[in-house]
Design a protein around this ligand. Sequence first.
Ligand SMILES: [Zn+2]
Length: 143
Amino acid sequence: MSHPCTACELLEGAREVPGGILLREDGFALHALDPSPLPGWLVLTSERHARAWYDLHESELRQLGPLAARVMAAQRAALGAEHAYAFAIGDLLLHFHLHLVPRYAGTPERLRGRRCFEGLPEDTLPAADVAEAARRVLATLRR
Ligand SMILES: [Zn+2]
């Protein structure tokens, strides 16, 4: 491929993230963000190579809200997050993905809200911690 899509590579198994693909459901795959400054930062990626919200099918759009809400509730229940953000920006990766980002009581000001994308190299969590947080959210989702 002349313009490889890292999301398609992940879905095809050509690229790995800590914890692997946690869930494939309703046209979306759930996986951890890598690298990540916050434990439990997960991403819902469309199984289809769709550019953004406006390219998702009606049926996918109907599933997306309830699925995202379940994941965010699980981030709060499993990890003790006070809140969870949802971001779909898509300027760099041209394949629909929704960031679901837990915000904890102890999350520093500089990583709150949209600033979570501005983590420094030293904020990067060990892959084992990313995978463990993802597993805990998944266990709660499956209950
Ligand atoms: Zn793609």
